[in-house]
Design a protein around this ligand. Sequence first.
Ligand code: URA
Length: 238
Amino acid sequence: MATRDDVLKELHLLPRWTLRSRSGLGMPETTSAARGARIAALEWPDFAADVAACTACGLCRTRQRTVPGVGATPAEWLFVGEAPGSEEDAQGEPFVGQAGRLLDSMLAALGLARGAGVYIANVLKCRPPGNRTPEPLEAAACLPYLDRQIGLLRPRLIVALGKSAATALLDVDATIASLRGRIHRYRDVPLVVTYHPAYLLRNLPDKAKAWEDLLLARRTVAKLRDAPGPGCSAPGSA
Ligand code: URA
């Protein structure tokens, strides 16, 4: 009698493909769990070196430099983008290209500046070739680093810039239009969703909506300052 594999072979469906788990990324569970535990225990002095040595996904083969993040630690505000582009890949710092210049203007409009109570990071710490959208497995492999950054920073508020950041942090697949205008949470940290600066460069009318989002973020930070809760920290109050 023909076995299941005989039938699959006849249909040219061998070898069989199996789905890898999202968390394990195809690694033995012990390796994946050990990696997660190591990252969850990282402190700032070892953080950038750990990211620089990461080989958890294929982007380690095409990156020039890892881009862990930049700014004040702890920080009141955390801005999270998608992934480094070519200029960030060359310099090792997030948002240094055209989109970064717009982000700096957005910060200035709020009376903020990179490094002054503000930390900037990305979902991915390595550049996807050609600036393509991060693959879900790449984002899942990198998320433990962002999660640890959030744990170390204890920001009052996270601003998710664009769909990749919103998807990774909220674990939802939804449009920015449907997510903006209200307060979400990543663990216990309030989170506001807005458009990515690179999108705003191509869609100038939506800058007004992004400004509304930033005002919502500023009001939220001000309220939290008046009534600080657990996990909130003022700059320099480590
Ligand atoms: N876009 C991002 O999302 N991050 C950067 O660092 C640069 C451009």
